[in-house]
Design a protein around this ligand. Structure first.
Ligand code: HEM
Length: 511
């Protein structure tokens, strides 16, 4: 055993004292090094998705997709790209249980030969809200109530249902989370989704819209509510243990990757807006094309170094993948880097789990915990003395260039009226369920609403959400909660309308 300075240590179990029963000496640098290292072991947990488990593996392309995208993982049939994937719950803290009713994060880091591409998705294809500026409100409502830090699990409490009842855009997502989908049996039994509409860009600069889907080879399976609660009590690590043990015995986790592609000319062909992440594209309208598979086949060697320090970010893209104007995606582009600068510091990209496999070369310098020893005297551009040059040459097709989307609009703080159909897809989801699935969904919502302490909250959920989704859903929940639907409609506060359409142009030309 050595110290951090490489000094051989004769005794790591007894501190140095002034006589065997004397005071400990300030001089004992080995005691201090051991204790200070321990004192600084924890870093801030993720502000959301704190509880997670990850594994290494690979992505293999089933076909050459270069007609659709230049993205490196799809450049030839059979090509393999290493990946690291982390699954998480959103609301609980790092030490919480694996099986509460919650959304699961499904974040995949592709170490491509053109740089790192992160597909940071969830296990549900839509999201609660459709403008990033509402995210802090949503998470403050979901997290434990601030005065008592209760409840810690992402289940029933007044603040979440209060927020939901006044924000009808949550309706579709609520259906998914309250259904059996909110209780996945294992990571291997979860679907994954990129959620937003992304862009694929080909080498000629052509672009089309895309939604990403992960389809588990072992099929989608859930726990039932009673089972999930018992599992949380008896084995809080149930899902991370299941993944770890599966991989150790060679029973690897596998997903097919599917894409739904929409050509640019069809952007407005649907009765919902592709930029609204509370909507999915029904597979009947645009079938999912299976284009590759992901296999997770190696456990991390160290939880902290890999699973805890991994930094996924929606802005980690490679040529061939680009953004759309989805206002949630746009906000996320800022949030992940910002939070990671605080969580793991300005040089997090140099950590082994985050480093790209291809060489990194630029004029970024210094900062806490810099690992790279940059050589030479030039750390700027332009320079005739050497140094790193950006790829200005037009022929450098493998360099990232943003898709040249035409942008033309007045600056305005508003949301498109094309985002205001809150209920059609929530109703579609309810109608798609088998009778026993509907029963579970109704029981789950009734359970949640019966937990609410403030009795006005369930009434608002009934009046502003459930009756607008489906009469059978409303009646079923009313029966199990004792809510009187007509009374709910009379007394419930009206939803807060945050969707502001663009006003007419004023004579001054200002909006
Ligand atoms: C994690 C913000 C919406 C999926 C995080 C983290 C932040 C964040 C700050 C912690 C990251 C870290 O500390 O490394 C936001 C904001 C959103 C948003 C501001 C909306 C504006 C979404 C959506 C999805 C999603 C819509 C799914 C498509 C994830 C996942 C993680 C995560 C999977 C965990 C990544 C990991 O395993 O390390 N998010 N998020 N988030 N978010 Fe979001």
């Amino acid at each position: 055993m050595t110290s951090n300075q490489g000094l051989k240590i004769s005794d790591d179990q007894n501190s140095e004292k002034a006589g065997v029963r004397g005071g400990s000496l300030l001089e004992d640098f080995l005691l201090r090094e051991k204790i200070t290292a321990f004192d600084h072991e924890r870093i801030p947990e993720r502000v959301v998705h704190a509880r997670g488990a990850g594994a290494h593996g690979y992505f293999e392309a089933y076909e050459d997709l270069s007609a659709l995208t230049m993205a490196a993982p799809f450049s030839e049939k059979g090509k393999r790209t290493p990946v690291f994937t982390r699954f998480s719950t959103v609301a609980g803290s790092r030490g919480s249980a694996d099986t509460p009713r919650d959304v699961r994060g499904f974040a995949v880091k592709f170490y491509t030969d053109a740089g790192v591409w992160d597909l940071v998705g969830n296990h549900i294809p839509v999201f609660f809200i459709n403008d990033a500026i509402k995210f802090p409100d949503l998470i403050h409502a979901v997290k434990p109530e601030p005065h008592v830090e209760i409840p810690q699990a992402a289940s029933a409490h007044d603040t979440f249902w209060d927020f939901a009842s006044l924000s009808p855009e949550v309706s579709h997502m609520i259906m998914w989370v309250m259904s059996d989908r909110g209780l996945p049996r294992s990571f291997a039994n979860m679907e994954g989704f990129g959620v937003h509409t992304w862009r694929l860009v080909d080498a000629k600069g052509g672009s089309r819209f895309v939604k990403f889907h992960w389809k588990p080879v072992k099929g989608v399976q859930s726990q039932v509510w009673d089972e999930a609660q018992k599992t949380a009590g008896k084995d809080a690590d149930y899902q991370r243990r299941d993944m770890f043990e599966s991989i150790e015995r060679g029973d690897f986790l596998e997903w097919d990757l599917g894409i739904q592609v929409v050509e640019e000319k069809d952007e407005f062909a649907f009765d919902f807006d592709l930029l609204d992440d509370t909507k999915l594209i029904p597979e009947e309208l645009v079938p999912v094309r299976i284009v590759g598979k992901m296999v997770l086949n190696r456990n991390p060697d160290n939880y902290f170094a890999e699973t805890e320090q991994v930094a996924f970010c929606v802005s980690h893209v490679v040529p061939g993948i680009d953004f759309t104007n989805d206002p949630m995606l746009q906000g996320r582009l800022h949030s992940y880097l910002d939070t990671q600068l605080r969580r793991i510091g300005p040089n997090f990209a140099e950590l082994p789990i985050n480093r790209p496999l291809n060489p990194v070369s630029n004029n970024r310098r210094d900062g806490f915990a810099k690992n790279t020893i940059n050589k030479g005297r030039v750390a700027y551009f332009p320079s005739a003395l050497g140094g790193v040059h950006p790829m200005h040459q037009p022929q450098a097709v493998d360099a990232f260039r943003s898709y040249a989307e035409k942008v033309d609009g007045h600056k305005i703080r508003a949301r498109s009226t094309s985002f205001t159909d809150y209920f059609t897809q929530a109703t579609m989801f309810f109608n798609s369920l088998a009778d026993w699935e509907k029963k579970h969904l109704i029981e789950a919502i009734a359970f949640e609403l019966n937990q609410c302490e403030t009795k006005a909250v369930p009434k608002a959920v009934m009046a502003n959400l459930l009756v607008n989704i489906h009469p059978e859903l409303a009646a079923g929940v009313a029966e199990q909660t004792g809510l009187d639907i007509e009374e709910c409609k009379r007394v419930a506060p009206k939803p807060v309308v945050t969707e502001v359409a663009a006003p007419k142009e004023m004579p001054s030309g200002r909006l």
